[in-house]
Design a binder for this molecule. Sequence first.
Ligand code: P6P
Length: 337
Amino acid sequence: MVARAKITTLTEFIIQRQSEYPHAKGALTRLLNDIATAAKIVNREINAAGLVDILGTAGKENIQGEAQKKLDVFANDMFITALKGGGECCAIASEENEKVISFSNEFSEMGKYVVAMDPLDGSSNIESNVSIGTIFSIYRRITEVGGGTSEDLLQPGVNLVAAGYVIYGSSTMLVYTTGKGVNGFTLDPSVGIFCLSHPDMQFPAQSKIYSINEGNYIYFPEGVKQYIKYCQQDDVSTHRPYTSRYIGSLVADFHRNLIKGGIFLYPGTKKQPDGKLRLLYECNPIAFLAEQAGGKASNGFKRIMEIDPETLHQRAPFFVGPREMVEQVESYMQQYA
Ligand code: P6P
């Protein structure tokens, strides 16, 4: 009889880890499970999306008889519904909503947490079947009573309680941290359970990938241009020239870099001085994961997680990956500032 390796499910893992937080009463556990539940529903729709296109008339109306929703709106609705129904979250900031979504029903007002999320990042890639993702981050609320407000959400990344992403790719994975390392769970679609598949994720010791949209080269700051030249120099002792890899989907690019080793860069440009990525629900959660995996995240001059957000959707130049690679970019940015 071949002994079957013990599978640790996401729920078991969260509960096991909850015991490490003496003050925890299970609320964060339930909140993380609410997010995982919504992710499974979104995953099912994403996998079916292509079929709707291929089969034409199929999916003309979804099971509720509603017109097929755009996937990112569908994903947004799913996460909002799950978080509102779970009672642990009193407000959400979403890439899809201009203002804070405050839950002022008596059930959710008691929620101790708020969530900043990008429900379906990179959704423009869905028709080309490129991996896309959900990015989430969790803060403790600051206000005492009532539905959450923007005050609860406009917190620096250093205040994060938890952060993670779901990548909808060749397999669907949920990767998250609560500040005690990074762990990855792969969805077994046959039973709808996330199983621990990547314990204690760390950037590899040697990294040789750089990810940047070089189509914007002429608009990059000089420090970034110099760094790209550095990546392309021939120096065996530092594994250069590096390999260039860019998917154009933040979660997919970051996940590959975390597994294989590499830096992701989305700098500010002459056209967009603060870059494209949003501090609250793209940069901060990815930065938290990167730091917990032994890496670093910077805007070129300052630790991303120490930036005090002023508005919900503010952008930030973003350099994230192994510590030494990010520090190399920072040195060029500061030298050519
Ligand atoms: P560009 C996707 O639209 C996204 O928000 C991120 O997922 C991705 O990293 C970035 O934009 C890609 O932007 O300008 O290179 O197409």
